[in-house]
Design a binder for this molecule. Sequence first.
Ligand SMILES: [Zn+2]
Length: 129
Amino acid sequence: MQERDASIQSFYEFIKEGKLMGTKCLKCGYINLPPRPICQACGSKDWEWFQFSGKGKLETYTIIHVPPAKFKDLAPYIVGIVKLIEGSSITAIIKSKLDEVKIGLDLIVDYMEYKGEKLLCFKVEESQS
Ligand SMILES: [Zn+2]
């Protein structure tokens, strides 16, 4: 038995702990993100937790000027689809200046406190050079 079931609730519990988690299929190795109890690729029900490195690239993005009420203090902000190096994609807030964001940016997972909640986001990865 796993400590936590493969659900969105568990996904957000891990986010609170600063972990970006998916489920890895023990049969075919496919990584399901968000976590799923049944592998999206092969239908197997055997899985284990998988922690992502948190590194990825910005695949596409949009700038939100009219956010849901909950996020109105953040606007304008960027929401993007991040292609993780493990191959999965995830949608999240992108911490970048609006005039510096571009497709292909190297990103790394980050977390922000907002109204007492810990939110998943990505920030621009500092270049290593
Ligand atoms: Zn599978």
